[in-house]
Design a protein around this ligand. Structure first.
Ligand code: ZN
Length: 155
């Protein structure tokens, strides 16, 4: 069975009821989320990829309970370093609040100029799984729209 075939039998959608009905749905959900951690974050919830618990945000206190930190968690599961560990609604609210407070202008700095280690590496950085998946989705959308456009011309 191909890797895609294996992924196909794992439910892609996160069911909040999975935790209530037994262990194997949770394992199925976690397997799907490990393959694409972006799916653990929805409009109203974020699922912890360690305990499968569902929250509005993963607090430092919660992560400390698992013996980890936010940056370690993001690295371990392939999130982008700047990814807020909270549901989309909450992240949007914080971002709007920060914007209206002019926070971005105050904290904006260019790490490449400040950090000599980064400069030595020429700005190279590791690409998180999240970014790879997002790039792959963008490529697929582009190919699909190109195919649709071609079909439109020949039809
Ligand atoms: Zn947890």
């Amino acid at each position: 069975m191909s890797a895609d075939g294996v992924l196909a039998i794992v439910p892609a959608e996160v069911g909040d009821e999975a935790g209530a009905v037994g262990l194997s749905p949770v394992l199925g959900t976690l397997a799907a989320l490990l393959a694409d951690p972006r799916q653990a974050i929805t409009e109203d919830s974020i699922r912890c990829l360690i305990c499968a618990g569902v929250f509005r945000q993963l607090t430092n206190t919660h992560l400390r309970g698992h013996g980890t930190s936010a940056s370690e968690y993001k690295g371990r599961f392939g999130y982008n370093r700047g990814r807020p560990l909270m549901c989309l609604a909450l992240a949007r609210r914080y971002a709007e609040r920060a914007r209206s407070a002019g926070l971005a202008a105050r904290i904006r700095r260019r790490p490449i100029l400040v950090d000599p280690e980064l400069r030595k590496r020429g700005g190279a950085r590791t690409i998180a799984l999240e970014e790879l998946l997002t790039r792959r989705d963008a490529r697929r959308r582009e190919i699909l729209s190109r195919i649709a456009a071609q079909n439109g011309q020949t039809a």
